[in-house]
Each structure stands twice: as C-alpha cells, then as structure tokens.
Design a protein around this ligand. Structure first.
Ligand code: FAD
Length: 277
C-alpha cells in the first residue's frame, strides 16, 4: 500500500495569523488596529512575509503555534506509527484502531520495505504475512476479539492517521525526521507533509527542512561520525567544526591573510592572466 499524505485543512490565512501573532508582541497597536492595517493594505503581503521571515530566524517560536495544519495519512506501517506518536507536543493524533477494526478474512494491508525487495525476499515476506493473516483469521473465527487477535500482527501492518499539528511542531518534526538519520518511512511522510504545505503556503513550507538546513540551524548536531557518513554531510558543517573554528578565533589562531597568501592569490591571477588564449 502506497503512503498517502493529504493536507485536509489549515488555519485560514496562515501568514496573516503569524503576522498578527508576532506583531502584537512588538507593537503599541492593538490587534484590532493591526488587523485594520492589513485590511486596508497599509501593511502589504510582502511586508508581512518579510517580517515573518525575520522572526523565523530567531528563537521566538511560540507565535508559530498559532497556525495549524490537518493531515490525513494512510498506508504507513505500525513501525512508522510507533515513532510518529513519540512526538508529544503541539500535535494531536487519531489512529485507526486494531480493536474496533477487524480485518476481514485475515487480509491486512502491509508494507514491504524496498530493502526486502532489493534482497529478493518479497515472495518470502508475503508468504509470512499470509501465514500471519491465516492465524489471525483462525483466532477471530474462534471468537478471539480483534484486540487480542492483533497480537499476531507485525510492524509491517498498515495504519491510518488523522492529525492536527501546529507549525512549530511541524518544524520540529521536519528538523528531526527529514534528517538522513531518520527512518526512510518517516522521512517520506515528513517530505510529503512538506510538499502539501508548500502547495498552499510556500512562504512557510520552505522552512520545513532538516535541522541542518540553511533556514533552520544550518549545521549538523549529530555525532561527527554520523555527519561524515551523511550523504549531505559535506554540504552542511558539523557543530564541532564550527566550535573548533570559534576556539581558534578566540585563541587568536585565525590569522588574517598573510603576505604570502596575497602572493599566492596574485600569482594565480597572474598565471590566469598570462594563460594563452
Ligand atoms: C534519528 C532518531 C532516532 C531515535 N531513536 C530512538 C530510540 O532508539 N529509542 C527511543 O525511545 N526513541 C528514539 N527516538 C525518538 C526520540 O527520542 C523522541 O522521542 C522523538 O523524536 C520525539 O522527539 P521530541 O521529544 O523532540 O518531540 P516532542 O515530544 O514533540 O517534544 C518537543 C520538544 O518538547 C520537549 N519536551 C517534550 N516533553 C517534555 C517534557 N515532559 N519535559 C521537558 N521537555 C519536554 C522535547 O525535548 C522537545 O524539545 C529517535 C528519534 C530520532 C529522530
């Protein structure tokens, strides 16, 4: 079953909500007066965007909780859902129940990871799922309630969610789960949520990045070993490297360009200039 992520709804006028929330903190004007200025276009969309983008560079995050997104998510595994529901703050979940839903004829939807396919084990995987399905059906037919028959079901079993998440929490989820260290399925769901937000509020969607993204922390705080192994590790700096540079700077070890550096630069320029056409 393919993963599906649908943006079902969101706060009306998210940019206006965020602007109002931030501006109220920094203005002598009342919220009503701010709203009037937006309505009569004394404050333009471009000004709101610029102001919000500046605030998003700061740690003033609570106004971001005032905008919410509702998603429908389906075709994800229980392996994913165990991880998803670990996010405790700024997100509400409703998940398909294995107590109230009884799979008919023991047929439950499941995910086959690409690595299983790559290993040429899809057939074997499906065979085991069928055996589990048959066992589940046998228990249900014997009068075992779905809530107990489900003890047989694997992590691969698919599930569905309806969630509401505020923008601050969505940023945090993307920080962690767009990181290449996160599990592939969660990365996929986070990327699909990002893509859905981008369709309706690209001004906000672009901020949904892994934590090392240029619009988030800008550096990696995973272990240096993991950073070195990351496929995008060389694009983003590691925090230890930044601290080493900072320490060198404090100790006065970061020298200004020396005469010989200038010689090198000028030699290069000279060499380039004297190259034949
Ligand atoms: C790559 C990766 C590997 C992981 N591996 C494991 C693993 O091996 N085992 C495992 O159990 N989990 C693992 N997790 C899950 C992880 O530990 C978190 O539970 C999960 O990512 C939710 O993140 P969070 O707590 O930051 O989010 P939220 O629960 O949404 O919290 C948001 C923020 O609020 C803070 N917060 C929330 N509740 C409290 C509180 N009560 N007191 C103080 N601060 C609070 C959090 O610290 C966080 O900063 C892993 C996660 C990732 C991304």
């Amino acid at each position: 079953m393919a993963i599906q992520v649908t943006l079902l709804s969101h706060s009306p006028e998210p940019m206006r909500s965020l602007y109002m929330a931030y501006r109220t903190c920094y203005s002598q004007l009342t919220p009503r007066q701010i709203a009037n200025r937006i309505e009569d276009e004394r404050i333009t969309d471009a000004q709101m965007k610029e102001f919000i983008e500046e605030r998003l560079k700061t740690g003033h995050a609570s106004p971001l909780e005032q905008v919410a997104f509702e998603f429908g998510i389906s075709g994800v595994s229980r392996a994913f859902s165990h991880q998803f529901v670990r996010h405790r703050v700024g997100i509400s979940f409703e998940q398909q129940s294995q107590r109230y839903v009884t799979y008919k004829d023991g047929e439950f939807p499941f995910t086959v990871p690409a690595t299983v396919e790559k290993a040429g084990k899809t057939g074997r995987f499906q065979e085991i799922m069928e055996q589990i399905g048959a066992g589940y059906e046998e228990l249900v037919a014997a009068g075992v309630p779905a809530e107990d028959a489900r003890f047989l079901l694997p992590n691969a079993t698919n599930t569905n969610f309806k969630i509401t998440v505020n923008f601050q929490s969505l940023l945090h989820i993307c920080d962690l789960r767009l990181c290449t260290r996160a599990q592939w399925e969660f990365r996929k769901v986070a990327a699909l949520m990002r893509s859905e937000v981008n369709k309706v509020v690209p001004e906000l969607g672009r901020f949904l990045q892994p934590k090392c993204g240029e619009l988030r922390m800008g550096y990696c705080d995973e272990s240096e070993k993991d950073w070195a192994a990351c496929p995008i590790g060389r694009v983003r700096p590691h925090k230890d490297v930044l601290f080493r540079i900072y320490e060198s700077y404090r100790k006065g070890e970061l020298q200004p360009l020396r005469d010989e550096d200038w010689d090198t630069i000028e030699e290069k320029e000279t060499a380039a200039a004297s190259e034949p056409y």
